[in-house]
Structure formats: C-alpha cells, structure tokens
Design a protein around this ligand. Structure first.
Ligand SMILES: [Zn+2]
Length: 87
C-alpha cells in the first residue's frame, strides 16, 4: 500500500493536482500519472448567523478535483463558510 496525498490542496490559489495535470477546463484533466482527474462534491455549511457556528442551514457546494490514484477522496464535509460579522 502506498500512502496517498491528501486531496484538495492548493498551490498559489489553484488546486495542486491541476497544476500537475494536463487538460482544459470543461474538457477534462489527466494527472501526471496518467489517471483522469475526478471531481468530488464537497458541502460547506454556511454560517451566516450573528454567532460563531450559527446560520440558516444553507449549504454551499463546491467541486474538488482529485486524482483517484494518487490522492485521498475529498471529505464530503468541507470547511464552513463564515458570512458576516460575528459577536
Ligand atoms: Zn495521479
């Protein structure tokens, strides 16, 4: 068993895995290992309430690209998005 890299890492504001891949947005990317890049849906709870960790229950979805061979599957439960000032 080889150790997989954690998916969803950023480099200079871009997904690290895409900087190592060839392809185009909308067409598809192939990682340097030859594996097609997959996209995983990640849910970010939106904390738009007045208190930390409070909100209306909205969820924002993003798609995180990852290599199924080299990287772990992105965690469906992503980082929360904090909106507005907190008390
Ligand atoms: Zn790969």
């Amino acid at each position: 068993m080889s150790t997989k890299r954690k998916s969803g890492q950023l480099k200079d504001g871009k997904y690290l895995v895409l900087t190592e891949s060839e392809g185009k947005q909308g067409v598809g990317f192939t990682h340097s290992c030859g594996t097609e890049i997959m996209g995983a849906k990640v849910a970010h709870p939106v904390w738009d309430g007045p208190f930390p960790m409070s909100g209306s229950g909205q969820v924002k979805y993003t798609t995180v690209p990852y290599c199924t061979k080299c990287e772990t599957t992105p965690d469906f439960h992503g980082m929360p998005v904090e909106v507005g000032p907190k008390i």
